[in-house]
Design a protein around this ligand. Structure first.
Ligand code: SAM
Length: 303
């Protein structure tokens, strides 16, 4: 059953007759399908649950209940935003990453599943070399929402970490996430243009820097090109600007035997390896780790 929708222009403002959650779901999925959204049912369900303040697992049991008018209005607003290609996570303001929920806002990259490979690589390395209980100093360059740093602090009870970003607004979000995850006492944050304002010594340097070649940004999915901050995507003309900066300064902040882990784009392994060699790392101490799709995703180099 399809309900007439209040148009953004205000033409038709009457609220339709009350709908059950099931009817609202079907109508929302239809609207998203017509707008060309790839997974209309999934997105409709997520947005409906968010609008109704419902846990996802309760949807089926409560599908026959009537959707309150305010929740209906919220859902309609969500559907319009999603039809304009805004990602569900930006509409709900939350993204799950490595099993935890991170707040996201316009100032931060929407964390990607690919980036969980950085976390896995770091945890494997720590388990093999030092054990999860070790006292470690971490730095996450371009921390954004804080997803890499804060996940590691949550997994490593004796680690402390510094998150940096050029964006003060991003650091505010990361700090809020640190509080929510209960690791704020072991996390600090500072504005820095890559390593410029960083001093001290770290056991792990981590970063998922912007690595899209500038000319390719316009060709990305609208969900990315329109909604992720440009500063989080733009890797300069060849996509490697941030790696040049990080690779040339990392040796100065790494403790002896420390490691740097850099997320990379699918074709950047050789170029980033060579930048690290120019920055003083030995080729035989540089490896890469693949993501679930089998693409090189993280460069790991030992000092
Ligand atoms: C690809 S996003 C990664 C965000 C987060 N670490 C993640 O994995 O979801 C890159 C981050 O680098 C930050 N950034 C861009 N240029 C920077 C610079 N010159 N110095 C420090 N951070 C920068 C952006 O603000 C953004 O938060």
């Amino acid at each position: 059953m399809r309900h007439s929708t209040p148009s953004p222009g205000g033409g038709e403002n009457k609220r339709p007759a009350p709908q059950t959650l099931r009817e609202a779901f079907v109508s929302a999925a239809d609207q998203l399908r017509e707008a060309g959204i790839e997974a209309p049912e999934l997105d409709a369900r997520l947005l409906l649950c968010h609008a109704a303040g419902l846990a996802h697992e309760d949807f089926v049991a409560r599908a026959g209940e009537v959707l309150p008018p305010r929740a209906f209005d919220r859902l309609q607003a969500h559907i319009e935003r999603r039809a304009a290609r805004e990602p569900v996570s930006r509409i709900t303001g939350v993204r799950e990453f490595y099993g935890r929920h991170f707040l996201i806002e316009g100032s931060v990259l929407d964390p990607r599943p690919d980036t969980e490979t950085v976390v896995e690589a770091a945890l494997d390395l720590i388990e093999t070399r030092r054990g999860r209980g070790a006292s470690l100093r971490l730095i996450d360059l371009g921390t954004g929402s804080g997803c890499i740093l804060l996940t590691l602090l949550a997994e490593l009870p004796n680690a402390r970490g510094l998150g940096t970003d050029l964006s003060r607004d991003a650091l505010r979000v990361a700090h809020a996430n640190a509080e929510r995850l209960g690791v704020a006492d072991r996390a600090s944050f500072t504005v820095s243009d890559w390593l410029d304002a960083v001093s001290g010594e770290f056991d792990l340097v981590l970063s998922n820097p912007p690595y899209i070649a500038r000319g390719e940004i316009g060709g990305l999915a609208a969900e990315v090109a329109r909604y992720d901050p440009h500063i989080a995507l733009d890797g300069g003309g060849d996509g490697l600007d941030a790696y040049r900066r990080i690779a040339s300064g990392a040796a100065k902040v790494l403790a002896p035997g420390g490691h740097i882990l850099l997320e990379i784009g699918a074709t950047q392994a050789d170029a980033v390896t060579s930048l690290l060699c120019q920055g003083g790392f030995l080729a035989e101490k540089i490896n890469h780790r693949r993501d679930l799709a089998g693409r090189p995703r993280v460069i790991v180099a030992e000092m």
